[in-house]
Design a protein around this ligand. Structure first.
Ligand code: 6PG
Length: 470
């Protein structure tokens, strides 16, 4: 019987494409899907290659060379547990199982613990880059037992995207570390997408620009320091015409954004870990607000805003928007990396932030030129508490904050919503404030709840209470 190098469970487009990618790097692949229709579709696509589909999980296990390496590409949640429940009884100690879906990192921790006593090496791997990435080179974030990564490394580094800095794949850390890092990647993805959406909205509502006028602006921005996959696809989207109406397709699309959960988990986890990520939260909350379309339509008829005409120089303002957006994106990365830093301590992941920035330079959705500088910042100082404390990024923030400020002011003055841009500026202004008004909050807490406070002129850890109403 043939002994295949690699097994894949779940032959949706992501699974099929990853399988093709693995085969193209010289490894034979056996695939299984509970849906025989999907298996047949894969079989057709895979014809003539060292690939096969099999009718059951048992047949998959029997077809693989030992130690077996099986990648699960099924929807996060129950489907993963159900595949693992069956696989558990079929595998042997030393076999490796990889979950390549967007699983919740604590589910991955739990599953690793359940499989460890059986000697099964469980890897939770973040995979970014969508269907195209899966086929031509994704960014991979594998976490779990280091010995499992050693077995997988030749395959994973072969299929990952490549940059001049090497393959976009690195061992992330134990347990759910890989899925944790992918979750934060997605939180930043939400934040950056919202910043771009707000920039588009400001161009449209403030400057009165059409999609056709905006397209070359985003395309030009993509040639400079804003160079990134998300800016690139924004320009491409703006150039597309709807065949049915002849209108720009983007203007025909219903303004209600969906979500599958990873961005929400990032916000929930940041609250648990105690790290402020306002731009990422704004990305999530803007999607939630957008979902209330009918209510917004009602409110639009009832609630008024300013009716001021835009009277600034358009080209100058576009320059400020470019610079403001650039800084807002930097603060988004600063927030995401600060979260990973704290989580690494909290969960004992030992994350290498420079290495994570390196593996995001290609393949993933938030790949961007700025990651070169981020990698360098954490390589210079692995203990850097926040990107904004790196001298180069501090200088950039000092240079660009007037632009971000002027964009947020203009948007507010004209009533154009800019949750993420404003939160990025608020983050910067809060972070650079030696004194925040939290003293008043502490006084209020002490007033109504005797929660006590510390004093500026006394050592930390000494607590005081005032009888406010005496
Ligand atoms: C990626 C993407 C991918 C997917 C997410 C986001 O890195 O390739 O993040 O994983 O698009 O599921 O989806 P939502 O926007 O639906 O949460």
């Amino acid at each position: 019987m043939a002994q295949y190098d690699f097994g894949i469970v779940g032959l949706g487009v992501m699974g099929q494409n990853l399988a093709l990618n693995v085969e193209s790097k010289g490894f034979s692949v056996a695939g299984y899907d509970v849906d025989s229709g999907k298996a047949r579709a894969a079989e057709t696509k895979w014809a003539g290659k060292r690939m096969t589909t099999v009718p059951s999980l048992r047949a998959l296990v029997d077809s693989l060379a030992r130690p077996r390496k099986i990648l699960i590409m099924v929807p996060a949640g129950k489907p993963v547990d159900s595949v693992l429940g069956e696989l558990k009884g079929l595998l042997e100690p030393g076999d490796v199982v990889i979950d390549g879906g967007n699983s919740f990192f604590q589910d991955t921790d739990r599953r690793s613990q359940e499989l460890a006593p059986l000697g099964i090496l469980y890897v939770g791997m973040g995979v970014s880059g969508g269907e195209e990435g899966a086929l031509h080179g994704p960014s991979l974030m594998p976490g779990g037992p280091p010995e499992a990564y050693q077995l997988l490394e030749p395959i994973l580094t072969a299929i990952a995207a490549k940059t001049e800095d090497g393959p976009c794949c690195a061992y992330i850390g134990r347990g759910g570390a890989g899925h944790y890092v992918k979750m934060v990647h997605n939180g930043m993805e939400y934040g950056i997408m919202q910043l771009l959406a707000e920039s588009y909205d400001i161009m449209k509502r403030l400057l009165g620009m059409s999609a056709a006028e905006m397209q070359p602006v985003f395309a030009r921005w993509n040639e400079g320091p804003l160079n990134s996959y998300l800016v690139e696809i924004t320009a491409a989207i703006l150039s597309r015409t709807d065949p049915e109406t002849g209108l720009p397709l983007v203007e025909v699309i219903l303004d209600r954004a969906g979500q599958k959960g990873t961005g929400k988990w990032t916000s929930q986890n940041a609250l648990d870990v105690g790290v402020a990520i306002p731009t990422l939260n704004a990305g999530l909350e803007a999607r939630i607000l957008s979902a209330f379309k009918d209510e917004r339509m009602q409110a639009a008829r009832l609630l008024t805003g300013p009716c001021k005409k835009f009277d600034q120089d358009r080209n100058q303002f576009l320059g400020a928007l470019h610079d403001g957006l650039r800084l807002a994106i930097v603060t988004t990365y600063a927030q995401g990396f600060a979260l990973m830093r704290e989580a690494s301590k909290e969960y004992g992941y030992g994350l290498d932030l420079a290495e994570i920035a390196r593996t995001w330079k290609g393949g993933c959705i938030i790949r961007a030129r700025v990651l070169d500088g981020i990698k360098a910042a954490f390589a210079d100082n692995p203990e850097l508490p926040n990107l904004l404390l790196n001298p180069r990024f501090a200088a950039l923030a000092n240079e660009l904050h007037p632009a971000l400020r002027s964009v947020v002011c203009a948007a507010c003055e004209h009533g154009v919503p800019c949750l993420a841009l404003a939160d990025s500026l608020g983050y910067l202004d809060s972070y650079r404030s030696e004194r925040l008004p939290a003293n008043l909050v502490q006084a209020q807490r002490d007033y109504f709840g005797a929660h006590t406070y510390e004093r500026l002129d006394k050592p930390r850890g000494q607590f005081f209470h005032t009888e406010w109403t005496a």
